[in-house]
Structures are given as C-alpha cells and as structure tokens.
Design a protein around this ligand. Structure first.
Ligand SMILES: [Zn+2]
Ligand SMILES: [Zn+2]
Ligand SMILES: [Zn+2]
Length: 740
C-alpha cells in the first residue's frame, strides 16, 4: 500500500510532538506509527487524508520547532491502527532536549482541585525537566532519573491515554509515586510539617535555605538579609539573582514588552532588568540593574503561594566551583552558609545553572546560555565529513561538538581554572561525545599554553588519534559571528582578555580571520594585578602621554592598596619594563575609566569595574560632554580618551556624563575602524562580538553608525557573544579550516 514516510527534525522530542502526531492521526483516520529516532521523529502514515495529515504535522506544537520535514512514499503492508512505537536510537544522530519551565496548565493543576494539587514536581508532555535528568538518549523515562519512580496506577492510566495531556509524558509523577520533598536542618534532622510552608516561614524569619532545584541547588533568602549572605558567601559585591512573581518584579524593575516575553518564556532565564530607581536594593545589586527570574517549577510556585516578597535565589557554590548538585555535597559545602535544606530525592544527572539574558538595546544577548537554552543543536551551513570537539574558553567555559552540519553546544560550565570545574568540563565533554556518538577527528582549543583545556586537548588528541587545532580567542569570537548567516565579515571582537602570540588582545577589528586594527596597546603594570586593581591600568594607559610627575599627581588621587609606595613600585615597574605585558583590551580601558572616576577601585568579580562604569554612563547626558577618539594607522588612541576624561573631571563634569562620553568615544573609534575595514575589503557585513557586546551603549551606537552607512550590523544571537560562545566559534573555525 502507498505509504508516506515523514521524517521530522528540529526540536521535536520532549515537547509533546509524538502525542500531537498521534492525536492528529486518530482525528484524520491515519494508520501507521510515530517513533523517536535520535534527533528525528519518523512518521509512517497510510490513509485517505494523508496530505491533510502532513500539513497539520508541519504546523507542530507550541514548543516544537521544526527545522526540516521530509516526505517520501513507499510501498508497505497495510497497518491496522496508529501507534506510538518505542524509541529507536538512530546511530547517525543525537539530540538532548533542554529543560522546560512548568506550563500554565500544570500550574493550574497544582493550585486547583486535581490529583496533582500541591504536588511540587508536577509536569506534563509540554513541561518539566529534560536535560538535567537524562542519562542517555533517546529521551524516554527509562533513560532518565525518573526511572527511580515507577508510575502508580493513575499516572500509568494518564500516560497511556492519548486524550490526556500527560500521554507519554516521561516525567509524569504524583504525590503517590513521584519524587518526595523533605526539609532538614543543618544537622540533617527532618523538620516536621509541610516542607514548603515551613520553608516559606523560615525564609520570612531570615534564615538561609538551600533548595534543590532542577539543575542544582540554590540558596534562598529574603532581600533584607543580603548583607549577611554576602559575608557568608565571601562575595562582596557580585549582584544576586532574584526570583519573583511577575507582579513583584513589576514593582521593583522596569520591564519592556520584550523583557516580559523572556521572563515568561519556557526558558525562564534570569533577565537583567533596570531598577525602578537606580539606587534601590544596593545590597542585592550595586548596579542599576536587577537580575530577575520568575518561578519555573511547581516547587517555586508553591513556595510563592506562601510569600509576598521576592527572594534572593543564588546558585549554591563556593567561589569558583561548580553548582552543588547532590545532598551530600550540599550538607558538606553549605554548612557554613545555610540553616535549612529543602531537598527532593530525584537525582540531578546533569548540572545546569540558570540562564541569563540581557536586552542591550540591539538584541537579546545570552549572557549565560544554560538551563532551558542548552544543550542546543545549531545547524550551520558548513557541511563537512569531520567530527570535532571544541573545549572553549577559560572563563565561562562550554564545550561544543560538530558533526554532519550541526554544532551541539553544552551548558555553561563556569570558569575553568581549578580541578572541580575542569572535572565538570571533562564529564560534560564525555557526555556530549557519547550522546552525539562521535569519535573526534579534530580537537579545537584555545592557544593559551597554560590553560587546563590545552592539557585536556592533548590527552584527547592522544586518545582518539585526533588532530589538534589551536584557535586564537578572538578568532573564535569572529568565527561564532560568521555562523549568523555571513560568508564574510568585518568584525569587532571586544572583551576583557584573550591570549594572542604577541600579547593580550581584547579590542580588535578583524577582516574575516585577519586582524585589521584595534585599540592602542597599553601597559598592564603587574599583569593580572592590573585587572584586579584598575588604578594600575590608569597608570599603564597614561604612561606614554604624560611625564612622570604629572602621572604621579593623578595616581595619588586613586586607590592603591599599598598607597604611595605602591605607586612608586608601579612607576619603576614600567620604567624597567618588568612584568608589564601589553594589552589592547577594551575591558581594561573601561576599568581604568571606572577607577579614574572613583566608581570602582577593586574588581571582586568578572567585569565589575566596566559594568559599574556602564551603570553610571546610562544616566549621563550625551550633550553635556564629548570626547573624541583619535584613529590613526588602524589604531584607536585610548590614552587620549582617558586623558580627556581626566580633564573633564578636573573641570567638574558629572561622573555620569564622563562615563557616557568614554563609552561614546570608544564606539566612535571602533565604528571608524570598522567602516574603514569595510571600505577597503568591500565586505558589507559588520559585526560585533565578545563580552562587551552585552554592554547597553557601545553596540547600540556602533549599530546606528554602521546602518547609517547602509551596511548590515550583526550581533551573536545563536550563542553568547561572550566567552560562553567561544567553544562554538572554535568549532566553526575548525570546520572552515578542514579540507575533506
Ligand atoms: Zn505542563
Ligand atoms: Zn502517580
Ligand atoms: Zn572573549
């Protein structure tokens, strides 16, 4: 009999696609079957109304995203009925669905009069954990940590009923059969009573509670206790994330239409929002912004039923270490921080931090691509017969795999600077290679010789007899931008630091993979110390343009932990050129301006001085002050910019106006270089990548200027422009370089 064989690929697993197909088939009298096969769903269909059926399938479900739908016709035996067949693993493919926040219908179920009333882990075919519980693919209950919880009769009935929203929902569970929640004190003694209600009471009383979530533990606290929490976490200033209902969020932050969409999306990321008043909640965030996420599990919704204020919800980890994911770890590592522990007994298979999204006035920027967004399969236009694994950057690490025209990027892994994060990276690399079933031919990694990823790359190359490709940090950034639909690009890679053979880069303009120009190379007296204490960067940048007495005069007004003595050491260091690397980093220039204006004198977390400067600049008056950027021989003179900022300060200009003028000057300088490179190369695509692309001022100004000249402006949308996107860029670079 003539039979349609339909192959659908895209996001079609764990999103209710098979039940949707099943119901359509029943409706239209179609016989055959539907089956998960790795990344694809295969549908075999017979019946009068096959054409209509295919059209309906192509529409998909709310959460599904169909990338490709192929239909062929074959002769087959006649089927009696339509069924959902057991998943089969198609060896050529692999795919892992990301976690999905609880859906509106499940929220209604837990708050309403249903058998799921009050059950914290309620989910359905459209929502619930996915990646974080998956041991291997395809995605079926038996290959997830839900296999520890055999279904009760009622759940089984729903699971097998095609008319039910939980038909074939792999995470189906109820109070009777599903994972259980318990509340403990720090001595592991169970606390009596409803664990969620008790938790809410304890939080209101000012206690810190560790809460086991989807991808790891959070530490929860009321906002009033931020200062004490900072002390315990040894985290002096890095802003805390907040969890709040939409109504609460609206009371404390400005929310645009697009930001609201992100807040409510099934990803439920932390969205960086502007405070109602820039000086509100200084203990939660010293910036003008608050990172807010809405509740995203049944547990969170039930908790907020008992609260009328937002919570700090920060991922539970010691500084520099991965998020805590098991209860043993929680009791051990959080004992100095948390008074109570709200714990469930569903294993977290894969750790996953919350995602962070910022709308920077140009586009949504993934500051951190993690829960709900990763792992992600990204189809790219380069189709080559090679299998690649890329090991990412040192900061905001991730790994990425290339196979058959697609990249598979992992969740955010943290700063790959110590044993625990490196182990996490190795486990993730192993997991990603297993589920995509690759034997890498190429290992792509950063060219920094001392990175932990470089050592791991060598091990992998040995193990798989694979070739290693070293990719310069900013070249990887540019490659990540090429994947946004360009063949050629003029790109600004602007960030804090990236190793290059001739120094430290971070403000470079490229024509494809060739450096065209960039910021002036300046001194970094003391190397990394100049990153921690940005006053040193003021010294480094102004050293070439001022005589020593003038420079000393400026430095005396700035913060040096060792005072006068340290200033002399710094000056001698530069004079003798000992431990004074050169850098063209944008971050260091913003840091220096931040220190010069007395806004931030010590970096306690990644990006702090630059982000603090931005927080002032956004309240500046663009007409109050203008600083010009000199561009000569492909170089933007940052010393001139800083000197003008200093003059303006002496004349009593507002900090906000100077901060804005510095941003504008950098944007002007970069724009000029980009347009010049575009003219010379004839390339009309102009892009920006690197961590500074998340800034709310510089990318916007460059975009305006570039588009005024009739060129196309591009920012990363598939992956973070920051270092979280480096593994993807390394992959793209290695694919482009590969010759079949
Ligand atoms: Zn649901
Ligand atoms: Zn049940
Ligand atoms: Zn970077």
């Amino acid at each position: 009999m003539r039979t349609a064989v339909i192959e659908v690929s895209g996001i079609v697993q764990g999103v209710g696609f098979r039940p949707f197909v099943y119901n359509k088939a029943k409706e239209l009298g179609i016989r055959g079957y539907v089956q998960n096969r790795g990344t694809k769903v295969r549908i075999v269909a017979q019946g009068e109304r096959v054409e209509e059926f295919i059209k309906e399938i192509a529409r998909g479900t709310p959460l599904s995203k169909i990338n490709d739908l192929r239909v062929s016709f074959e002769e087959m035996e006649e089927f009696d009925d339509f069924e959902i067949k057991k998943s089969e693993f198609d060896v050529s493919d692999g795919f892992i669905p990301a976690d999905v926040a609880i859906c509106d219908e499940c929220i209604k179920d837990i708050l309403g009069n249903t058998r799921f009333h009050g059950y914290w882990a309620t989910s359905c075919v459209n929502c619930g954990p996915r990646f974080t519980i998956i041991e291997s693919i395809p995605y079926d209950r038996e290959r997830t940590s839900m296999r520890d919880f055999p279904m009760c009769e009622e759940c089984r009935r729903d699971y097998e009923n095609p008319a039910n929203r939980r038909f074939h929902a792999q995470t189906i569970a109820c109070e009777k059969c599903g994972p259980k929640l318990k509340l403990f004190d720090a001595e592991k003694r169970e606390i009596e009573g409803d664990p969620i209600k008790r938790t809410a009471e304890l939080l209101k009383d000012g206690y810190f509670v560790a809460i086991k979530g989807i991808g790891g533990f959070h530490i929860a606290s009321v906002l009033d206790r931020a200062e004490e929490l900072r002390r315990r976490l040894r985290r002096p200033r890095q802003p805390f994330a907040i969890m709040a209902t939409l109504e609460m969020a609206e009371r404390i932050a400005e929310i645009s239409e697009e930001e609201r969409k992100w807040l409510l999306s099934p990803v439920r990321p932390i969205v960086i929002l502007r405070k109602k008043n820039r000086f509100d909640f200084p203990e939660v965030s010293h910036l003008h912004t608050l990172g807010i996420m809405l509740p995203y599990t049944g547990l969170h919704y039930l908790l907020f039923q008992n609260l009328d204020e937002p919570l700090i919800m920060t991922s539970a980890n010691e500084p520099g270490e991965p998020m805590v994911k098991s209860e043993e770890e929680a009791f051990e590592k959080l004992k100095h921080i948390c008074h109570f522990y709200l714990i469930h007994n569903r294993r977290i298979v894969n750790r996953c931090d919350d995602s962070v999204v910022k709308l920077n006035g140009v586009s949504p920027v993934y500051v951190r691509m993690s829960r709900g967004l990763a792992p992600a399969k990204i189809e790219v236009k380069w189709k080559k017969d090679v299998e690649i694994i890329a090991l990412g950057a040192e900061l905001n690490g991730s790994v990425c795999i290339y196979k058959k025209g697609s990249c598979y990027i992992s969740q955010y892994l943290g700063h790959v600077r110590n044993y625990d994060v490196m182990k996490y990276l190795e486990e993730t690399a192993e997991f990603m290679m297993r589920v995509t079933q690759i034997n890498p031919d190429v290992i792509a990694h950063d060219m920094h010789p001392a990175f932990l990823t470089t050592r791991f790359a060598k091990e992998l190359a040995e193990k798989f007899q694979a070739r290693r490709i070293e990719v310069q940090h900013h070249v990887a950034h540019v490659a990540s931008l090429l994947a946004e639909g360009c063949d050629e690009i003029v790109a600004l890679a602007s960030d804090g630091v990236g190793y290059a053979p001739d120094g430290i880069w971070g403000g470079e303009v490229f024509v494809n993979f060739n450096r065209y120009g960039g910021l002036r190379k300046v001194r970094m007296p003391g190397g990394d110390l100049a990153t921690r204490y940005p006053s040193r960067m003021v010294a480094g940048i102004l050293y070439d343009v001022l005589d020593e007495d003038e420079l000393r005069g400026i430095l005396r007004n700035l913060y040096f932990p060792g005072g006068e003595r340290e200033i002399e050491v710094v000056l001698r260091q530069m004079e003798r050129d000992v431990n004074v690397p050169r850098t063209s980093s944008t971050g260091r220039v913003l840091d220096a301006a931040s220190a010069l204006l007395g806004i931030c004198h010590e970096r306690t977390y990644e990006g702090e001085p630059a982000m603090s400067l931005e927080a002032y600049a956004l309240y500046g008056d663009p007409d109050a002050l203008r600083i010009t950027a000199e561009v000569r021989n492909g170089t933007v003179d940052t010393a001139g910019i800083l000197l003008e900022a200093y003059e303006a300060m002496r004349e009593g200009a507002r900090k906000e106006d100077i901060a804005l003028a510095v941003h504008r000057a950098l944007a002007d300088g970069f724009s000029e270089l980009l347009l010049e490179a575009s003219e010379k190369s004839g390339i009309e695509n102009i892009g920006m990548t690197g961590g500074v692309a998340a800034n709310s001022i510089i990318p916007k100004l460059i975009k305006e200027r570039v588009e005024k000249e009739g060129k196309r402006f591009i920012l990363n949308r598939l992956v973070p422009p920051g270092d979280g996107g480096i593994s993807f860029g390394q992959c793209i670079y290695a694919v482009i370089q590969h010759e079949d």
